[in-house]
Design a protein around this ligand. Sequence first.
Ligand SMILES: Nc1ncnc2c1ncn2[C@@H]1O[C@H](COP(=O)(O)OP(=O)(O)OP(=O)(O)O)[C@@H](O)[C@H]1O
Ligand SMILES: [Zn+2]
Length: 733
Amino acid sequence: MADIFVEVAIPVPLRQLFTYAVPDTLHTNDIVLGERVVVPFGPRKVVGVITKTSNDCDLEKIKPILSRVTDKYHFDANLLKLLHTAANYYHHPIGDVMQQALPVPLRNINQPTIEPEKEYLASSEIPPTESERSKLAKKAPKQSELYDVVEQSHGITWPELRTLGYSKAQLNSLLKKQWLIEQARPDKVFTWHEASLNESNKLSLNAEQAVVVSAINQTTEFACHLLEGVTGSGKTEVYLQTIEQVLSNNKQVLILVPEIGLTPQTLSRFEKRFSVPIYLHHSALNNSEKLATWLAAQNGSAAIIIGTRSAIFTPLKKLGLIVIDEEHDSSLKQQDSFRYHGRDIAILRAKQLNIPVILGTATPSLESLQNALNGKYHHHQLTKRAGNSTLAPITLIDIAQQQVDQGFSGTLTHEIKQTIKRGEQVLIFINRRGFAQALTCKECHWIAMCERCHKPFTLHKNDQQLVCHHCGNQHSTPHQCHDCGSVRLEGIGLGTEQVEEKLAELFEDANIIRIDRDSTRKKGELTRMLEAINNNEYNVLVGTQMLAKGHHFPNVTLVAVLGADGALFSHDFRAPEHLAQLLVQVSGRAGRASKPGKVLVQTNFPQHALLQDLVNNGYHHFAKFALVERQQALLPPFTFQALIRAEANYPSYPQKFLADLTQFATSDCMMAGPMPAPMEKRAGKYRFHLMIQSKGRTALHQLLQLMIVNIPSLESSKKVRWSIDIDPQDLTW
Ligand SMILES: Nc1ncnc2c1ncn2[C@@H]1O[C@H](COP(=O)(O)OP(=O)(O)OP(=O)(O)O)[C@@H](O)[C@H]1O
Ligand SMILES: [Zn+2]
């Protein structure tokens, strides 16, 4: 038998493949690309992925592979190609890219035993009587709702039910009553039939929606659709009706959402519309649940996959459409290790498979908008809210001209009072959790600083703790100033806890709920809170970004934004874009049902051009103007950037390393730096940036390639940790 050699991607931080020989004993002739093998690497044994085979090899001393993982779960050719392209584009080690795309249980040498998945169905043998059902609806409304969901679904799994906010106890109690049954999920390729669509839940499209759906449904080959629709314009309904067509052709659909755990309503709308196998992929799933999704997608039994960023690497047997909801959302970009952008990978994947991709948002990223304006993408707009609600107007409150009491102007206090009086809800947005942004001494102006980051600690009054939001460092709150010993310490800069406390003082009879990372730490807490809000148990909702995205609170009619001024003067050129997106998204939570809404933004700078443009002309106008500014300043999307970060225990090390890299400068790339990162010290490490920018992607990538080849021979590289971030989004880190 001829010798066979394979190139293997191994999970090590090296940007190369490794060659191994395949011993005859391992059935050399049926090796496929994408399969996993166990190979020796130094003293270790690791699992790698075969990316190439050949019959000869000019290297000496080639080690043999130790064994093959002969299950059927290997990367298919399409996915392998995608991962290769992604590794090249992001200049990230190929072995690590493959590793991150592989479910955790498949990364180990010991392979997992895969149990058949269970699903729940309504029992057809002993269905409850009408009177039993209405009794349950009164006695245990949540259980009754759960029964309805399962009955409608034709089979639903526990991860879905959990994501929808139901508990094991509720499920078990219905199983005990024998209203529901548990069975192994049939492992057959999904095919569409009449009962796959719950026609009664389908909305008839308004004129704007109808135009968009028909335009998208006409493209069956690669096309990138930017769906720019104001908040509440019915983008989800557009997705549902294009998805319907794809499913009816027996193709699968992949949907990326920012945080499905935050918005069970979205999943619920999919469940109510389609009785097809839906699978999830998000951070609240455990490794074997994620593996189940991976396998069902790969063998074709899953019809719809809904997930967060990393779901973009799920293998799919017959993918027909990708939908990216909230395409502007920063959570789509991974901020460490393999720094890919989920949206950009999605477009790449759609192109490779020659299928359409939809990017939906009320506030397109400037990158996507530019591509729509220059004709690369199809541009669809929904300019009106669907149904009967209208968009809430934004009003700026000039707090430089008013007395402000712990964050609240007189105007705002009055409006909140009126809203509560009418029995409607108020949402107050503040982008900082904790009680105060810093703890200072009133006598000597000492500030409690994190010694590892050189940044002020955030005061968490409820827990009596100082917490560093950059590195997690914690201390109990001191009673005395560390410098002068004074006990006159006070918190400055508003946080959610302080706003909550002040509200309780201002509106004694109001029920107030705070939603942020701290208050929702307990499992299931957020779902419970969202439900209570929708049951009108609260008058005022205070929260961070968690409240800004995707929620549908029908009774919220007043939205107030506190403390957004910081972003107006940020050194990050994307800060205005992100502020505008945030303001529009938060505003979108107001007046979504029959009652009209109002948005109040407190600011010291009501005349600021950005705010004026946004308030008077809307996001689209703002964004077009911002694009002109970017073009004049030669910034993305008109140029391309890569950020090289380096860090070490001493500042001179990263500085020297990045300075050494500037020797590779070429005339078609501009370099800025080395410069200290805006967050110069973090968790005890000193951090520096080198920004590289070019008018052409090719020139930029050639330069990076040259640097990467030469870095190992630079003495200074041995003392630092460095990374490359292509199309960096967050320049503050
Ligand atoms: N054609 C329609 N007729 C009646 N109501 C509709 C129609 N389309 C959507 N709606 C309703 O309008 C509301 C908003 O729709 P949806 O949540 O899809 O908007 P969206 O554009 O996704 O909003 P957001 O960007 O704020 O998440 C929903 O309650 C939905 O049921
Ligand atoms: Zn810190």
